[in-house]
Structure formats: structure tokens, C-alpha cells
Ligand binder design. Sequence first.
Ligand SMILES: Cc1cc2nc3c(=O)[nH]c(=O)nc-3n(C[C@H](O)[C@H](O)[C@H](O)COP(=O)(O)O)c2cc1C
Length: 316
Amino acid sequence: MSRYYLAPLEGITTHIFRNAYHRHFAPMDKYFTPFLVPHSKKGFSAKEKREILPENNEGLYLVPQIMSNHAGDCLKTIGKLEEYGYKEINLNMGCPSKTVVSKGRGSGFLAFPEELDRFLDAVFEGIGNTDTQISIKTRLGKDRPEEFGPILEIYNRYPLKELIVHPRVQKDFYKNEPNLPMFAYASGNSKSPVCYNGDIFTLKKYEEIRQAFPETEAFMLGRGILMDPLLLMRIKNQAGEEGAEKGKEQAKLCGFHDRLYEDYRALGMGDKNVLFKMKELWCYLGQSFPGQEKALKKIRKAERLDRYEAAVEELL
Ligand SMILES: Cc1cc2nc3c(=O)[nH]c(=O)nc-3n(C[C@H](O)[C@H](O)[C@H](O)COP(=O)(O)O)c2cc1C
């Protein structure tokens, strides 16, 4: 049976989002924290602690994600995460952001294969015989998809729990199409189980990917879930598993929205930040409401919570 993961989306798939999603829609098999960057001296920040505290993630299988190119710092962070009970850690080799890449992190690390190999060697040496498992979320390379051949050779030297492949290069950011031939290469040549990630926005797209790669057992969904939180239910319905009854979709969206909104408000982050968080989600969720441009515009323009609530009520 296929497995489904919620992609980490910095600023969006917070513990508040993950919990609201998990309670209202088809639960994911795995959730990932947005990346944690090790600070060589300090411990976790208050925000980071909120993300990883087990009591904030009850009932969810959560994989903390680390973004680092420094094995010592990375190992320290792994050690701290182990203290919270985590046994699976994901390493980010995919972030395309310029500030990250310029420091040789995220997908920027892929331009330095020798360093990458030394880093992984030290990390695996460091975790030794503990039962901690490491997975990697990767792009194909920095500039060209062909970079992936040697990168995969490096990944194949280590006993990865799994390799999550978003088949784009850093230079693509989120443009162009995922490179399916290169995903096929990854799938055929990886020694670790491979998970597909990238542009599954509709049931149709999911079906295309699944049929193109019948051997793939795990799929990671990101923006598709933000645009249509019922997407996994649609996928599971089609697979003959439990799913949403038609007609209840609106109520589900409403329940999800209200929980998310209330939980962000309860964090005491201030009205402006609550509005920012909710509007960021609406940039994606708005696509579930074709032809409702006017109401969506009111949401975007709302500067106060009462205006926001009225605009959402009009739409939902
Ligand atoms: C706003 C935003 C934030 C993201 N933050 C992270 C992150 O913290 N860690 C990570 O590995 N990938 C991050 N990604 C990449 C996604 O996890 C995912 O790989 C990418 O969006 C492709 O999948 P999708 O097409 O299903 O969204 C982010 C993407 C977006 C758009």
C-alpha cells in the first residue's frame, strides 16, 4: 500500500497546521518539520521547541528536518532531537533559497560532492550503532540534472532510511516541470527506498505519477495539500480506501480553517501575525474557490481580524 507524507513548508506546515490537518483530513503517514538550522552554541529557540515538543505533535509520526553542512553541529542537533525521543531525522539537501545556497547549504551543498560525502560519512560515523535513522530530501543538483548521477553514487554509500527526490535543480526554484526521466533514474539506481515529491496538485497528476512509477511506494505532497486539503482523501477514495463523502467538503474546510485560525490566535502572536499566517495559506487555498475572486480579494485586503472573519464567512 502506498504511503503519503506532508512536505515541510517553512512558515506554513507548523505544528498548528499539522495538527489541524491531521484531525480534519486524511491523515498522512509522516509529517516533517520545516528545516531546523543547528546553532553551534545555543539550544533550540522557543519557536523550534514548539515545533518538536512531543506534546505538540501527539498522534502524528513526525520527522524533524535538519539543514546543515557541518557534521559536528548536525550531530549535536541529532543528539538533542534523540533526547525528545526522535529516532528518524531528515536532512535537507533541497532548499533553493539564495541565502541558504550561498552558504553551501540545502541544494547549495549539492555543488560540493566531496564535502557532501565527508559530511555524510561523519554523520553516519557519529550516530554509530544507535537506532537513529537518517533520510535525505534532495533536489537533483545545483545547475544541471546530470549532476545527480555522482550525487546518487554518494547517497548509495550510506544506509539511508529513504531518499525523497524532488526532481528539479536549484536553478529551477519552483519553475519548469519536475524531471521525470531523472526521477526514473533515481528510482532505478538508488539503494535506499525512494519517495516522489513535486507538483502533485490534482488527483489526475497523482494518477499519472503513480502509473509512470508503479514501483514507488511513497509520495510527498506539499503545495497540492495547501491548494486542496482534501487531495489525499480524493487519492485514497480512488484507491478504494476510506475517504470523504461528497457534500461534506465545505464543512470540513470550514472546520479546518476555524481550528487553524483559533490555534494561531491562542499562540498570542498578535493579530498582524495571525493575519499574515492565514493570508499566506489563502494564497494556495484560494485555488479551491474558482470564480470567487471578489471574496478572496476581501480576505487578502483584510487588515483587521473582524474584517478577515467576515470575508471568510462570506466565502465558506
Ligand atoms: C513556502 C515553501 C516552504 C518550503 N520549506 C521547506 C522546508 O522547510 N524544507 C524542505 O525540505 N522543503 C521545503 N520546501 C519544499 C517542499 O517541501 C517541496 O519539496 C516542494 O514544494 C515540492 O513539492 P510540492 O510540489 O508538492 O509542493 C518549501 C516549499 C515552499 C513552497
